[in-house]
Design a protein around this ligand. Structure first.
Ligand SMILES: Nc1ncnc2c1ncn2[C@@H]1O[C@H](COP(=O)(O)OP(=O)(O)O)[C@@H](O)[C@H]1O
Ligand SMILES: [Mg+2]
Length: 390
């Protein structure tokens, strides 16, 4: 077994974040979105979404720009009215409730902090509006600033803070009112990549410490996988798949998801054998057979795709015995990334197969790494491909 494969299977055993929420079945529909549609004129921006969110879950809506993520979020916040469908939060129907009447808080990408107010005043603002007593405001604001590690900056104005600090103040301001639902639209979009990665876990830890149900929207798959307990993949207004990061990555239910989350090699083919525990596909792109240990149920001849992750594709310099799940090719490109390289191998059909190869692979085999134009052999285990029918 190659190291790359071992690494994948280990990853599969990683429990989802926020596992506590998984146990609470009575809370499985703390937020229930059912049959929600939003049309702008003829344009179906949100297309019949059904989704249950658990209490204290951090859920990520992931999809490319324009797929309807923000529109769905805005309907939850009460800033858009659904064309049809229902939104129930903690047993309460949200229909007809104005944004300020909802126990919901939305944090925007640009944070919208008041520039003339101090950090403390920004966080206190909503509580003041609600007529909360001075003592209680002071106590809740102090506690919240402590939690986001901004207490010593309480007297500063937003322009005296870094992007990451502004983001924490905005979060404190959203959480201090103890909303039942926190909505984050591209929460880290304004930060540069390095700060973003650092802030992701910080943000999750704060949300978990406070204990609030949270839906975040992002187009960044890494962000969704790092931060959430479950992910919903959206495309063209539809929710294509909902699952834990591991489920979505290991068991995508369609080509869109498989290609959207991470990289994959997609082989088009036709079903030759479909038995309970075994599927065989004939793929011209591969120039041979793909055998898969776990079954789909589909008729012989059915048009399908086999998705094989690059880290599951083994690369060899020596010819392999004839068999399924393998092909000969030529190295067309190599991206050396330090601890591993991504090889692009061109098969006889013209298909390019990507293989992620740990750098240790060649030390272990006492070989030199294959180079451009060198003949190589790709292969994978029959438990690694996923068969997709759409
Ligand atoms: N107020 C609006 N009027 C008309 N079309 C809109 C409006 N808001 C969003 N849309 C359209 O709905 C689609 C989904 O938009 P949006 O929810 O903002 O996508 P995302 O947040 O996933 O990028 C887009 O095609 C967008 O142009
Ligand atoms: Mg958006």
């Amino acid at each position: 077994m190659s190291e790359a494969i071992a690494a994948t299977k280990q990853a599969a055993a990683i429990p989802a974040r926020n596992a506590a929420s998984a146990a609470a079945t009575e809370d499985s529909a703390y937020l229930r979105i059912s049959g929600v549609v939003k049309k702008f004129g003829d344009h179906l921006a949100v297309d019949h979404i059904d989704l249950d969110i658990r209490k204290n879950e951090i859920f990520a809506l992931l999809g490319s720009s324009g797929c309807g993520k923000s529109t769905l979020l805005r309907m939850l916040a009460g800033m858009e009215t659904p064309t049809s469908g229902r939104i129930i939060l903690d047993g309460q129907d949200m229909q007809g409730l104005r944004p300020y009447e909802r126990p919901v808080n939305m944090m925007f990408q640009n944070y919208a902090l008041f520039p003339h107010m101090t950090v403390e005043q920004n966080v206190a603002f909503g509580l003041k509006q609600d007529g909360v007593s001075k003592e209680e405001i002071a106590e809740r604001v102090a506690k919240m600033l402590e939690l986001v590690q901004m207490r010593k900056f309480a007297g500063r104005k937003p322009h005296q803070l870094s992007g990451g600090q502004q983001q924490r103040v905005a979060l404190a301001r959203s959480l201090v009112k103890r909303p039942k639902l926190l909505l984050l639209d591209e929460p880290l979009g304004a930060l540069d990549k390095k700060l973003r990665q650092q802030t992701q876990l910080e943000l999750v830890n704060t949300i978990e410490a406070v204990g609030v149900t949270c839906i975040m929207v992002t187009h960044d798959q890494e962000e969704a996988m790092t931060m959430s307990s479950r992910i919903g993949i959206m495309s063209e207004g539809k929710l294509l798949q909902v699952g834990s990061p591991t489920e979505i990555y290991e068991y995508p239910n369609c080509r869109f998801t498989a290609e959207f989350i991470g990289e994959t090699n997609m082989f088009e083919g036709a079903v030759v054998v479909d038995e309970a525990d075994r599927v065989e596909i004939n793929s011209q792109e591969l120039g041979g057979a793909i055998h898969i240990d776990h079954g789909i149920t589909g008729p012989k001849g059915m048009h399908v795709w086999a998705s094989v992750r690059p880290e599951d594709v083994r690369l060899d310099k020596q010819p392999l015995q004839p068999g399924p799940n393998r092909a000969a090719g030529v190295v067309q490109d190599i991206a050396y990334l330090g601890s591993y390289s991504v090889y692009h191998v061109k098969l006889a059909s013209g298909k390019i197969v990507k293989s992620v190869v740990p750098s240790s692979r060649w030390f272990d085999a006492n070989e030199t790494a294959p180079t451009w134009d060198e003949p190589v052999y790709v292969s994978w285990r029959s438990d690694t491909p996923v068969v997709l029918t759409m």
